[in-house]
Design a protein around this ligand. Sequence first.
Ligand SMILES: [Fe+2]
Ligand SMILES: [Fe+2]
Length: 199
Amino acid sequence: MTIELDQNELWLLSFYRTSEIGGALFFGRLARTLQPGANQRDMSRHFADEAQHAWLWTSCIERLGAHPLSLTDAYQDQYVAAAGLPVNLMEVLALTQVFEGRVINQYARHQRAPGLHPFVGETLERIVDDERWHLEWVRRALREMEPAYGKERIDETVRRFREADEAVYRQTVHEHEQRIAHLTDVLARTRGEEPGHGR
Ligand SMILES: [Fe+2]
Ligand SMILES: [Fe+2]
């Protein structure tokens, strides 16, 4: 089989796969601890989606004639370092809302990249649909927590994680500039876009 990916594309798709695995493990652990109810149900589906996404990237890379690179540090690991560990479910969901917004924006940018391989395009399309639902249920869950925590405190928490996200993202783009060069004109055009804005 011929390899249809260059090293930078292979790195980026492998990075997505690692990040989806990180999400699946994180939400899976959390789903196990939740009490019966809507959040338990949605968190379980969320966990299953992220696991499926990890497989979709694995399979996509394989169809392109390669094997995923084994990358150790997932993007979300750096969040905790930047913003501190979430201390309750509200904070976990606030962080998740910010992170899911980032994921959707990144995937949407990739969808607009020039010369997108059809296998990558198909995979992105399938995943982005699920990611939109992730953002929806988390927003719903946070709204329902307003009587318990107060809207202001929730908004403030989202803001804190958004600031951490922006710092981590800038650092990631800076560190991997060469590897994502094929996306940089897309990045330049969409710079300043709010994570998850309008979705
Ligand atoms: Fe995902
Ligand atoms: Fe997601």
